[in-house]
Design a protein around this ligand. Structure first.
Ligand SMILES: C[S@@+](CC[C@H](N)C(=O)[O-])C[C@H]1O[C@@H](n2cnc3c(N)ncnc32)[C@H](O)[C@@H]1O
Length: 358
């Protein structure tokens, strides 16, 4: 009875895409329930009854979601006896590496952020497509009047939001920060300031690559506060200085190199112009700006993850992903020269781009 007929009339590609949200939901609920943490404690596995009792869930519904999760290969389903009457659910070690919250490379905050913020906004994609703005989506999904002129309005939506968001950013940035820090020879710069540096992921990577440089993270007060919880230990923390401020309103801390990682894609061109203009003015001759972002190919036909992000930036923020040429032109308009762009391995089409003030 395990045979599954592939429909000859319905396209498997379309079928897979149209049911994709159900897979996401299976991942969201099992992550929100901390199922992978629970199964990690019970190394020999658990029955559906044990899981339902522990989490105070309906047994029949629990069995169905566990079976679907097992079908998706998120968890393993075995049987206690030959009769195959009592199922035992357990973790796959490789999946637990990313879904168990105590693991160093876990994706839990990213998934929680997708479940609580991105998914509800996606349900109102049509209103965003019609108007080109996500104001209606924020209102319909969360009852919020958002201007998105600043991140503070996002951070104020819910007290857990900033901590989860920063944690998510930290999980994502940890994949690429060491590569960004190594992408160019940054040894001529004694003072580096990571604008919107969030958890400090890139700043710590820069401090470790260039131990003689002074590295500062400049971010909103809410983010600076949340970053203190994320940063692992005191020795690491001492390598980087955190300064609270608003990069649109306040003066930048002095530096010979300013870095923007996953910042410019949050904003529309007019805001990016403000930031680049301010960066150019803040630098002395010979200073530089380093941008780390996903980069779309020139015809905007890929990579797929970057095209997805381009929609996500419209849904969540008021930004966009850009091509290498678009970044180069933005920089050149403000007087930057010697533009270079390098691929950074680790996450989709992440690139590091550098340009200098002549
Ligand atoms: C997408 S996150 C990127 C974080 C970090 N650069 C990384 O790669 O992990 C955007 C960051 O910009 C910060 N940010 C947003 N608006 C800001 C502002 N007006 N001034 C300073 N930081 C800001 C946010 O608090 C957040 O940490």
């Amino acid at each position: 009875m395990d045979n599954e007929t592939k429909s000859t009339l319905w396209s498997p590609l379309v079928l897979d895409i149209y049911t994709g949200f159900q897979k996401s939901q299976a991942l969201f609920v099992t992550t929100e329930l901390q199922l992978y943490d629970l199964l990690a404690i019970h190394q020999n596995g658990m029955t559906a009854t044990e899981i339902a009792n522990k989490k105070k869930l309906n047994l029949d519904a629990t069995e169905r979601i566990l079976d679907y999760a097992a079908g998706l290969k998120l968890i393993k389903k075995d049987f206690k006896s030959e009769s195959k009457t009592v199922a035992i659910y357990s973790n796959y070690p490789e999946i637990a590496e990313v879904l168990q919250s105590s693991k160093p490379n876990n994706m839990v905050a990213a998934i929680i952020h997708a479940s609580r913020t991105q998914y509800p906004l996606y349900q109102h994609l049509m209103t965003t497509i019609k108007s080109g703005r996500n104001t209606e989506a924020y209102k319909n999904a969360f009852g919020l009047e958002m201007t998105l002129e600043t991140f503070e309005s996002l951070y104020e939506t819910d007290k857990d939001y900033s901590a989860t968001f920063l944690q998510y950013m930290h999980q994502l940035s940890s994949i690429t920060s060491p590569g960004v820090a190594k992408s160019f020879d940054l040894s001529p710069f004694c003072e580096i300031c990571d604008l919107g540096g969030g958890s400090g992921s890139l700043a710590y990577a820069l401090a470790s690559e260039y131990p003689d440089a002074t590295v500062t993270v400049f971010d909103l007060a809410t983010a600076v506060e949340a970053a203190q919880i994320i940063t692992p230990d005191e020795t690491e923390r001492q390598k980087v200085k955190f300064v609270a401020g608003d990069f649109f309103q306040d003066e930048f801390p002095p530096a010979g190199l300013y870095t923007f990682a996953r910042i410019l894609h949050d904003w529309p061109d007019e805001k990016v112009h403000q930031l680049l203009n301010k960066t150019f003015k803040s630098l002395k001759s010979g200073g530089a700006v380093l941008i780390a972002e996903l980069v779309m190919n020139e015809t905007k036909t890929g990579p797929l993850q970057t095209l997805r992000y381009n929609v996500q930036m419209m849904i969540e923020m008021s930004g966009r992903e850009r091509t290498e040429t678009e970044y180069r032109l933005l920089l050149e308009q403000h007087g930057f020269v010697d533009f270079e762009c390098k691929f950074v391995a680790g996450y989709s089409s992440f690139h590091a781009m550098i340009a200098k003030k002549p």
